[in-house]
Design a protein. Structure first.
Length: 244
């Protein structure tokens, strides 16, 4: 009867049947052996194996995750992550667990197992580098949205205090946009060894920077060119964004 329970589950039915009979036995020998059995099958060992399994499985798919994430637009990463219920965060969580509890997880491992663990961590770190790059682009887009909404007085709960606050003046937003362009160009410069990434940044985020630049009156922008080097630079090369 015990064997029938495990049929079709990929488990040796006869072995599981014998195991169940052993665990139910109340002979002195069986009782002593059961104590050793449950001691070996401690929660700590089970939890350790659970964490290692997650790390190895996620690492084995990290390349697939990378190929998937780079196909997303940088300005949509936050939204897609929300819709996917944190799918793109999973490798980062396993990487953090591996870093924090690395000594505990590798205790008792052989050389080959430690080498596999190190390789898995390297795969997760490679994914982290790609994700962080995409996340910076996503944050640039989120900041762009905030500037745009405040300039258009598009608040969730609009109030007169917000509408007429000097913090939301067009001059204030002009300098905030300059700071945003600073981050935008630094992101492009950080990818100077990868033209493909530079093209992706310009494609995914350049259109938003171009739209933001067009919100400000031309005389106001030209008047402040001396203290807005990135605005001036963008004005010089903005023509290429009209072709995207």
């Amino acid at each position: 009867a015990a064997s029938d329970v495990y049929k079709g589950q990929g488990i040796n039915a006869e072995y599981m049947g014998i195991l169940m009979l052993f665990l139910r036995s109340k002979t002195p020998f069986a009782l002593s052996q059961k104590m050793a059995f449950w001691k070996a099958l401690s929660f700590g060992k089970f939890f350790k194996q659970y964490l290692l399994t997650n790390i190895f499985m996620t690492a084995s798919r990290s390349r697939e995750y990378q190929e998937d994430i780079v196909q997303k637009d940088m300005d949509q990463l936050a939204l897609r992550n929300k819709h996917e219920q944190g799918f793109y965060w999973r490798p980062l969580i396993d990487l953090e667990i591996g870093k924090k509890y690395g000594n505990y997880l590798t205790k008792g491992m052989g050389k080959a197992e430690k080498a596999d663990f190190t390789k898995a961590m390297q795969s997760l770190e490679a994914y982290q580098n790609v994700y962080n790059f995409m996340a910076i682009g996503s944050q640039i887009h989120t900041t762009f949205q905030m500037i745009y909404r405040t300039m258009n007085q598009n608040f969730p709960v609009p109030t007169k205090a917000w509408r007429y606050s000097p913090e939301y003046s067009i001059e204030k937003k002009l300098f905030e946009s300059e700071a945003l362009l600073d981050v935008y160009y630094k992101l492009i410069d950080s990818a100077k060894e990868s033209p493909e990434w530079q093209k992706k940044i310009e494609k995914d985020l350049g259109k938003h920077m171009n739209f933001l630049f067009g919100l400000f009156p031309r005389p106001l922008v030209e008047k402040n060119f001396a203290v807005l080097p990135y605005m001036k630079k963008f004005d010089y090369e903005k023509g290429k964004y009209f072709r995207q």
